[in-house]
Write a protein that binds this ligand. Structure first.
Ligand code: FAD
Length: 451
């Protein structure tokens, strides 16, 4: 793209852009390295230019220039995705959207914000009005709301409020098209699904509307059990009985050495359930755990967690669990597993037995389509690509659904089929097929509008 880039650079005169090795390297990566398969495929991919627009007008200028010169564009929020969503496969321009970070309006039950705002900043601002987010990924402190919508699916809070795609969680998206004269398209209600989890392939999300819920001063806690089956039984019963929790994560004892900050709180001879529990339900939580023979290891407010130099309970679940393990032992990778409903604890115990030291387990209590849905993000010893796909086939034969974190396309990862509504929207929002090329199987070059 040498000529096109030179022309683009001229058009970006006065904007903040970078092409030094450090900037290109840093902004061409995400957390794909959790997967040795993706690491081999993606580690040398680089953008050729990075731009950091300071406001929406600058984004419009950049979008117009990229379309004019037909330069591939990769959008970037916090860069915490796990499947190389932020990695440019075909060089070109990375647009860092983290300066689009204004809160436009917070009203009862709703926030309207710019897409580059960090989720922690947004959640903290909501808290000042007595409200909080319905969910956030465990990367709360770095991830942006735009990146979560375009790349994520759910997380902490999904136990209470369902997944991001469940009705009511996302209400509005203001999307900019990538054309010589960029247009704004507004999506409301379930129309937001046209852009949700599309990996930034079909328009630039400039603004977001999302639901808020009255805030709770969650207590971060862990209950310790003498058996993983008991931990699972407790967590599923707590969810079924509607104990007011924002997080319930059973983590088996073999993770204890990885949770270094929790030394003394998570001993190696106990299986834990990390949780965020409403103060009004903490006694019920304690009584139920003790009735199962468990002990409560700690129960602290966020302030107490910080004062004791611990991590919040949400950094003990979801994909932070993998991060804790990888910091100690680089031989791990992971899988994302959705269990068939109703959840069968005996199936988990059989899987633990079958895989022994090849897999370590933790489970996430969530909700999807209004129903209880249990996920796992087990650690897997990496033995090679063929072995990984043999394992996936075995777990599928158990009735589990695998969201494959070792692939770069939307379809090969979670979605399995081409989402025609998203592709139809791409024809409008990215008519030249410049956005994050290679990340969706649904787009073929002949679909592109000729210049
Ligand atoms: P990025 O990585 O910057 O971007 C993600 C995708 O969105 C990319 O394809 C990018 O091009 C696109 N994009 C970014 N901004 C925009 C925009 N404004 N318009 C259009 N497209 C855009 N995910 C979960 O869902 N739940 C979890 O609990 C969870 N836990 C995690 C734990 C760890 C330790 C790690 C490393 C990752 C985890 N993730 C989780 C994945 C990831 O952190 C989240 O999905 C996060 O919300 C992504 O936000 P981001 O701003 O970092 O997005």
């Amino acid at each position: 793209h040498t000529e096109a880039l030179a022309a683009l650079r001229q058009d970006l005169d006065g904007l903040r852009f970078y092409d030094d090795d450090r900037a290109l390297e840093a902004r061409s990566k995400d957390y794909f390295w959790y997967s040795p398969i993706l690491d081999a495929e993606l580690k040398d991919k680089r953008a050729e230019l990075v731009v950091i627009p300071q406001d929406q007008d600058e984004v419009i200028r950049v979008a117009a220039a990229a379309a004019r010169h037909k330069v591939p564009v990769t959008l970037r929020g916090g860069g915490t995705g796990n499947y190389g969503q932020c990695v440019p496969l075909d060089g070109g321009l990375v647009i860092d959207l983290t300066r689009l970070n204004r809160i436009l309006e917070i009203t009862p039950g709703h926030a309207h914000v710019e897409a580059g705002i960090r989720m922690s900043k947004l959640d903290d601002a909501a808290r000042e009005t007595g409200q909080e987010l319905t969910m956030y990924p465990s990367t709360r402190s770095l991830a942006t709301i735009g990146g979560f919508i375009a790349g994520g699916s759910g997380g902490i809070g999904s136990l209470r409020h369902g997944m991001l795609r469940d009705e009511g969680n996302l209400t509005y998206l203001k999307v900019l098209t990538l054309e010589e004269e960029p247009q704004v398209i507004e999506l409301r209600g379930q129309d937001v699904q046209k852009v949700h989890h599309a990996y930034g392939t079909n328009g630039i999300v400039l603004e977001v509307g999302l639901a808020l819920t009255p805030s709770t001063d969650w207590l971060h806690t862990a209950a310790l059990f003498d058996g993983y089956d008991k931990a699972l039984r407790f967590a599923t019963a707590a969810q079924e009985d509607g104990l007011d929790c924002y997080l319930l994560t059973p983590v088996e004892r073999r993770f204890a050495p990885y949770y270094r900050k929790f030394e003394g709180y998570f001993p190696e001879d106990r299986d834990a359930v990390f949780a965020m529990v409403a103060p009004s339900d903490i006694e019920r939580f304690r009584a139920r755990a003790e009735a199962e023979g468990a002990t409560i290891s700690f129960a602290m407010t966020m302030e107490e967690i910080h004062a004791n130099r611990l991590q919040p309970a949400y950094e003990c679940g979801w994909n932070h669990t993998t991060l804790q393990a990888l910091k100690v032992d680089k031989g791990w990778t992971y899988l994302q597993v959705a269990y068939p409903r109703p959840f069968d604890i005996d199936l988990v115990m059989r899987q633990m037995d079958r895989y022994g030291d090849e897999m370590f387990w933790h489970h996430e209590m969530a909700r999807q389509d209004g129903e209880i849905q249990i996920f796992a993000l087990p650690l897997v010893r990496f033995r090679g690509k063929d072995e990984m796909y043999a394992l996936i086939a075995e777990l599928e034969a158990d009735g589990c659904t695998i969201f494959d974190p070792h692939v770069v396309t939307i379809e090969d990862g979670g979605m399995k089929t081409i989402d025609t509504a998203q592709i139809d929207f791409k024809k409008l929002a990215d008519p030249y097929g410049l956005m994050n090329p290679g990340k969706t199987r649904g787009w073929r070059p002949e679909m592109a509008r000729s210049a």
